[in-house]
Design a protein around this ligand. Structure first.
Ligand code: MN
Length: 295
């Protein structure tokens, strides 16, 4: 299980949030990375908002964010605790809970709303989710919107040897097992559960972006003194082919890995395109109703 250490990916940097803010009245988020600073380093991933964990009291109110647009990328919502309801102007809708994922391709443009699930809001409880923005290559930015609900039961769970834990394959492939999400460029998104890993090596493709977000527990990488803690992201250099973990007990982590898209990134609010002209067009198209409305 311990291939040569020389194949281990080197740590590039550790990302931590510098504060938190509310998205609507439902999502207290820490933005752990965003494309204006790190778009090229983390390509094809544009942004990651980590919401919660936060306790919500029971309410009759709708908590979340109402109708708003997106164009040029995909929003991926991964629920760890609580429930999320979604509805968009392309006809996509879904209700997801713990272990479920929503993979919305905004592409040419949709408006959508994101709220806490009705029953969850009424009962209250612990809310924890991630929203990840995945970029689309220029040739797919204006394709039709698409919506995928991916339920926990559809996500294959690959056990690591020696009871070290498991890898839930949301997107991409691990150890020959393919995840259900359809993507436009090669992307691996894995929900890692490391119960008792010491040491473990996880193969990753050479040349891809690779980042590991720790949601629970404390993870020690090989050859790195500083542990990776809750709400921290280890970003790796693109060279080499192994994620080398020295020790991890009861860790939940999200592994993001993808082929970089080597194209310019220009964004404004909910639109991410390649040029400023395309951003102006997106704003015009939204304002003139071309992205639709929710009825
Ligand atoms: Mn949104």
């Amino acid at each position: 299980m311990t291939a040569s250490i020389k194949h281990c990916k080197k740590l590039d940097r550790i990302l931590r949030s510098t504060g938190s803010h509310w998205v609507g009245n439902g999502f207290p988020v820490q933005t752990l990375f965003a494309y204006p600073e790190l778009g090229m380093v983390l390509s094809p991933f544009l942004l990651l908002d980590y919401a919660g964990p936060a306790e919500f009291p029971p309410t009759q109110q709708r908590l979340g964010v109402g109708e708003h647009p997106h164009r040029g990328f995909e929003t991926v919502t991964i629920v760890y605790s609580g429930e999320v309801d979604h509805r968009d102007s392309a006809g996509g809708c879904g209700h997801i809970g713990p272990g479920d994922v929503q993979w919305m391709t905004a592409a040419s443009g949709v408006v959508h709303e994101e709220f806490h699930g009705h029953d969850f809001a009424q009962q209250g409880g612990l809310f924890e989710m991630i929203q990840l923005w995945v970029n689309l290559p220029a040739k797919h930015k204006m394709t039709s919107p698409r919506y995928q609900t991916i339920l926990d039961s559809q996500i294959p769970n690959v056990r690591l040897p020696d009871n070290q834990g498991s890898v839930r394959v949301i997107a991409g492939e691990y150890a020959g097992v393919t995840g259900p999400a359809q993507t436009f460029t090669p992307v691996h998104v894995w929900d890692l559960r490391l119960s008792n890993a010491h040491p473990v090596q996880i193969p990753l493709p050479e040349g891809y972006t690779a980042a590991l977000l720790v949601l629970k527990g404390e993870l020690h990488l090989s050859q790195v003194e500083t542990p990776i803690n809750h709400a921290e992201i280890a970003v790796f250099e693109r060279q080499n082919t192994q994620l080398c973990i020295k020790q991890a007990n009861n860790v939940t982590a999200l592994l993001l890995c993808g082929e970089p898209i080597h194209e310019p990134i220009t964004g404004s609010g909910p639109f991410v395109m390649n040029t400023a002209t395309e951003i102006r067009q997106a704003i015009n198209d939204y304002q003139s109703g071309k992205m639709g409305h929710l009825s």
